[in-house]
Design a protein around this ligand. Structure first.
Ligand SMILES: NC(=O)c1ccc[n+]([C@@H]2O[C@H](COP(=O)([O-])OP(=O)(O)OC[C@H]3O[C@@H](n4cnc5c(N)ncnc54)[C@H](O)[C@@H]3O)[C@@H](O)[C@H]2O)c1
Length: 389
């Protein structure tokens, strides 16, 4: 059995996504499970070096996760250029989970070093910049990819299965409700659970740029290409408290409402908000309604109702509702075990780099998400429908 090492420079992994989803639940989990076994003869084994600005934070992460994975600390350095130059060993992949506004500079450095490039979304806050970065990696002939994790959520995999089985009949509409209450930091003993830059446009924040990137690949992969959109955004809460406790002015939208009309006429309506208190199954729920059946997907579970067991309500507000609408739904069973969505995509990218397997979640695809967000902003500001693509 050959164990092929794949060196990965992991940049900006001291952040929320970098630490939890990429370092811990993807790369460390992959090493812990013995690598990616691609055949009886070959296993791919990731070998990360952590890069960033804070030596202390990097050291702590390298110790904690390296010990867990290998029984010894991962390598780390604040010298990213040195890592790209091969000063600390051979690393063929550059991965970036730093802030959105930092991404372009890091991608440019990695392109110059000829690395395969994988990074978080969005790749930029403007479509022209996102396409410029895609041009750069393509012209340099480098393998590249963008995180599109939601595609591998257990719930969306089940929705794809239901669709393939013909469960829905003709899909008529899709309704997504995303959001939860993000504490402002202004209330006593209630710290915010998201980074403060998310609420400042000048730092790359805003829910439209954050979530429309996701809606673009979720909708186009599951339901079809988007033809046009109309969107509205708002800054619901205009003052929050910074991580260090000081108040700051919110300059980015924290709520966004959008209707995406697909080329085949299907309407996909998505609400996104960090200023709502959920009374629904999950932080994201997507209803899919078709002629033969409907489904409601959370992050993991999916409930279905076929035309045969659809109740027949009669409008009468003068009596208590006689139907418990929750009773008429069936849970799709978990007949397989579902791995972490980020880890699944990482495995595909590692196989793409090592074995030339296809990988279509490229920087170019990621740029389409940035484009959708930009069109959403245009629709909001100009109060009109906008064509996509
Ligand atoms: N795929 C998803 O579902 C998803 C979810 C949330 C965030 N994101 C994206 O992931 C990225 C990170 O978001 P986050 O929520 O983890 O934010 P965060 O603020 O927690 O993390 C950002 C990290 O980048 C580091 N950083 C900033 N400037 C740097 C620099 N010059 N050099 C090196 N490191 C630098 C910060 O120290 C921090 O560790 C963003 O682009 C965001 O849009 C993706």
């Amino acid at each position: 059995m050959e164990i092929r090492r794949i060196g990965i420079i992991m940049n900006g992994v001291t952040g929320r996504m970098g630490t939890n989803q990429h370092l811990e639940r993807s790369i460390t989990a992959t090493i812990e499970q013995g690598g990616v076994r691609v055949s009886d003869d070959l296993t791919l084994m990731p070998d990360p070096i952590l890069t960033g600005r804070s030596e202390n934070k990097l050291k702590a992460l390298a110790e904690k996760y390296g010990q867990r994975a290998n029984g010894r600390a991962y390598k780390y350095t604040t010298d990213l250029q040195g890592a790209l130059d091969g000063k600390y060993g051979a690393y063929e992949i550059f991965f970036d989970a730093s802030g959105t506004l930092q991404r372009a500079n890091f991608i440019e450095m990695a392109v110059k070093a000829g690395k395969a490039i994988y990074c978080e979304k969005p790749t930029a806050t403007e479509a022209a910049e996102a396409h410029r970065l895609a041009d750069l990696v393509e012209k340099a002939g480098l393998k590249n990819g963008v995180v599109q994790d939601k595609l591998w959520l257990p719930s969306f995999r089940k929705v794809a299965m239901l669709k393939e089985l013909g469960f829905f009949g003709e899909i008529l509409s899709v309704r997504g409700e995303f959001g939860y209450w993000v504490f402002t930091g202004m209330d006593i003993d209630q710290p915010a659970q998201r980074p403060s830059w998310n609420y400042r446009a000048e730092d790359g924040g805003g829910i439209m740029i954050d979530m429309f990137c996701h809606w673009q690949y979720v909708i186009s992969n599951l339901f079809g290409p988007i033809k046009s959109l109309v969107a509205h955004g708002n800054i619901d809460i205009d003052e929050r408290r910074h991580e260090d406790g000081t108040p700051y002015k919110c300059t980015a939208d924290d709520s966004a409402y959008a209707m995406f009309l697909l080329e085949d006429g299907t309407m996909c309506q998505f609400n996104s908000s960090w200023c709502v208190r959920p009374r629904r199954d999950d932080l994201l729920t997507v209803e899919i309604h078709g002629t033969k059946g409907s489904a409601v997907a959370g992050l993991r579970e999916v409930y279905t109702q076929s035309v045969a067991n659809t109740p027949k309500p009669v409008w009468n507000p003068d009596i208590p509702q006689p139907i418990n609408f929750y009773d008429g739904w069936e849970l799709v069973p978990n007949n397989i075990s579902y791995d972490n969505a980020f880890k699944i995509q990482w495995e595909m990218f590692l196989r793409h780099v090592a074995l030339d397997e296809p990988f279509r979640y490229s920087l170019r695809e990621g740029a389409k998400g940035v484009e959708l967000a930009e069109l959403g902003m245009i629709s909001w500001k100009e109060r009109r429908w906008v064509d996509v693509g």
